[in-house]
Design a protein around this ligand. Structure first.
Ligand code: NAI
Ligand code: MG
Length: 358
């Protein structure tokens, strides 16, 4: 009955967010109309740091109820020079991720055709990872407080939370991703030598869930040693699971090792599918290049690909990624990838390639 139709909420927000989301929506619309096998409609929300400065908050009261009516959320970036980052991050991005139980943050990384890793010996295909980040608790649970503010004896705590419920579900999710990839290799990142409570529970649950996935090879790495391995032996890694903080840091390293932060996507998933999932480029609002028209839209295009795959549109998702790689291979890339093209030129090249193929 009828063909599939998806409603997407777009939240471009701050800095280069609106520039790359505009590009992403243009490419998605072009792809959908060219394929003509499903419908995509977009509704734009102006929740941003400007909205915050006007209304004193990032989201209206009914924001979550509104978002729940959509099939997916396409998010730009949040952060403004004149708003403290913890206000913007907690006010908008985490205010969506946490109540919508988007507990799995997925960050694929690879070296695109036509782009180069800064690693001298890394050939294309040797760096092809998926980092799974616990996205609901851990070091970013928001537990803690400040006492004696302003005094010389001022004190603050930031307490990490690890619950069996959340560690089990993220481990099961990560093992499943590893099992579905050809190498069936999962690296569990930890720091249980120094952090002897939460990280020990993390390791223990990883070992328990491993029993459910006898086909997956598991290895365990301390997070500090992990940075070395990512740089020196990228080909030995495939799927990686780490805590909220560890994966936050490792995935920026991963994006840089793959060539540029301007290509890396991320998905905030509710694997139960009770709530819409949220898709965004890894990068932030990039004040230094905002309004210059040179932001790399590729991270948003790859983000769009991940969204299509999650919605079940595999053909469209895989095709879009291949098209974007082809455009990179043809040398139509922005400055961060060593090229001279601007945002609009890369977008037009991707649209032209869609037109050519379909
Ligand atoms: P950033 O990712 O905005 O920028 C880091 C560097 O990468 C800058 O030199 C920037 O020009 C460059 N860059 C980033 N995206 C690019 C793109 N698409 N094309 C070309 N170059 C690109 O990180 P930064 O500077 O640490 O943070 C700026 C603001 O963004 C802060 O307010 C921060 O809190 C926020 N932020 C928001 C995120 C989010 O919404 N998920 C993630 C990271 C940062
Ligand atoms: Mg980050």
């Amino acid at each position: 009955t009828g063909r599939p139709s998806y409603r997407i909420a777009s939240i471009p927000a701050d800095g280069i967010g609106p520039e790359v989301i505009e590009a992403g929506v243009e490419v998605l619309k072009k792809l959908a109309s060219s394929l003509n096998t499903f419908d995509l409609t977009f509704e734009n929300f102006d929740w941003s740091s400007d909205y915050y400065k006007k209304h004193g908050r990032y989201l209206p009261d009914d924001a979550l109820t509104t978002l729940k009516k959509f099939d997916a959320i396409l998010f730009g970036a949040v952060g403004a020079p004149d708003v403290p980052d913890h206000i913007s991050l907690w006010g908008l991005r985490l205010a969506i991720c946490q109540p919508l139980q988007q507990y799995a943050n997925v960050r694929p990384t690879k070296v695109f055709r036509g782009t180069q890793s800064p690693l001298r010996n890394c050939n294309s295909g040797e760096l092809d990872w998926v980092i799974i980040r616990e996205n609901s608790e851990g070091e970013y649970a928001g537990h803690g407080g400040i006492s004696h503010a302003g005094q010389p004896w001022e004190c603050a705590t930031e307490v990490s939370i690890f619950t069996r419920h959340s560690v089990e579900r993220i481990m099961r999710f990560a093992f499943q991703i590893a099992a579905d990839r050809p190498r069936k290799l999962l690296t569990v990142v930890t720091k249980s030598n120094a952090q002897r409570n939460g990280m020990v529970l993390w390791d223990k649950i990883a070992a328990e869930i491993a029993e459910e996935f006898p086909d997956v090879t598991v290895d365990k790495m301390l997070v500090d040693a992990m940075t070395t391995r990512m740089v020196l032996k990228p080909e030995t890694l495939d799927t990686i699971v780490a805590t909220n903080l560890h994966a936050d840091i490792l995935s920026d390293l991963a994006a840089a090792l793959a060539g540029s932060i301007g290509i890396a996507p991320t998905s905030n998933l509710d694997p139960t599918r009770k709530n819409p999932s949220m898709f965004e480029p890894i990068h932030g609002s990039a004040f230094d290049i905002t309004g210059m028209g040179i932001a790399n839209p590729v991270a948003t295009f790859w983000t769009a690909t991940e969204m299509l795959l999650w919605l079940g549109e595999r053909e469209a998702g895989n095709l879009l990624l291949d098209i974007v790689e082809t455009v990179c291979e043809n040398g139509i890339v922005t400055k961060d990838l060593g090229g001279t093209a601007n945002t609009k030129e890369v977008t037009a090249a991707v649209c032209a390639e869609i037109e050519k193929r379909l």
